[in-house]
Write a protein that binds this ligand. Structure first.
Ligand code: NDP
Length: 259
């Protein structure tokens, strides 16, 4: 991680779980970003308390309101971040916010299919669209050749549960809407890699492992990874990614996963 020089990063869904862990570990780096934008739905609410405590210790942390299912909220967040960056671009956008509903083939509902898709797929699409000008600016302003996460990148937090070849832990939970949403997010990542690669922006889907968070523990099974382990792994993998990885699906240890 030592060579990972990111000037600015934005993490969605940073109120808890992996998003909060990412914000904490970026801030704890020996060469932290100049700006860490940690977004949450309600910066004034109880969910933002940990972020607020973190911000009181780290002036380079900015808490931004962002509800990923609300286009107006996304636009307002992009405008706020642009204002703070004062003419420079955003290097790294991490679309981490996500939801899971514990449904089966029998119990899955239209409402949950729609809400999970809106949050896990349409959200990252709209957030990426809104921050694209700032990502392009970062790419254009960088002297680095090729593609990299320290130049300009979109990281979509996916799940091996969305792998069609190897649908992780089917016996433990069918989670139909969630699996479908992550398969779609992987396709979105591929499309972004095709569409944005020419602009100098790397797009990647990352499976964080099975992690002890509210979501990871929701099916009450033994969960192997702590947030700290998963995030440390992810932050070791991101700096190793380059042009050849554009549009790939990798896990927290850097292993390429099948779609
Ligand atoms: P958590 O449930 O612990 O946290 C989810 C985060 O997303 C919270 O900050 C939550 O905010 C935010 N969020 C949810 N809906 C929205 C929304 N509509 N707008 C804005 N923010 C929202 O999940 P994890 O930390 O475990 O998961 C993070 C990502 O990693 C997800 O994309 C998940 O699918 C993925 N993942 C997780 C795995 C695991 O084992 N934990 C395994 C594979 C993938 P709020 O506090 O306001 O609810």
């Amino acid at each position: 991680m030592a060579g990972f020089n990111v000037r600015s990063v934005l993490v969605t869904g940073a109120s808890r779980g992996i998003g909060l862990g990412l914000a904490k570990q970026f801030l704890g780096k020996s060469n932290p970003p100049k700006w860490v934008f940690a977004t949450c739905r309600d910066p004034e609410g109880a969910q933002a308390q940990e972020l607020k405590t973190l911000a009181s210790r780290h002036p380079n942390l900015m808490i931004v309101a962002l509800e990923v299912t609300d286009p107006a909220s996304i636009k307002a967040a992009a405008a706020r971040v642009e204002e703070h960056l004062k003419g420079s671009g955003l290097n790294l956008l991490i679309n981490n916010a996500g939801i899971l509903r514990l449904n089966t083939l029998e119990s899955e509902t239209p409402e949950d299919m729609s809400l999970v898709y809106a949050t896990n797929v349409t959200g990252p699409l709209l957030v990426s669209q809104a921050f694209l000008p700032l990502l392009k600016k970062a790419a254009q302003g960088s002297p680095q050749p090729g593609l990299s996460c320290s130049k300009a990148a979109i990281v979509n937090m996916s799940s091996e549960g969305g792998s069609i070849t190897n649908p992780f832990a089917w016996q433990l939970g069918q989670v139909i809407s969630y699996r479908c949403s992550k398969a779609a997010l992987n396709m979105l990542t591929k499309c972004q890699s095709l569409g944005y690669g020419g602009d100098g922006i790397l797009s990647i889907a990352v499976h964080p492992g099975w992690v002890q968070t509210d979501m990871g523990s929701s099916a009450s099974h033994q969960v192997p990874l702590t947030v700290d382990m998963s995030v440390r792994g992810i932050l070791n993998v991101l700096p190793t990614l380059s042009e050849k990885d554009n549009g790939a699906f990798v896990d927290w240890e850097g292993k390429v996963l099948p779609w």
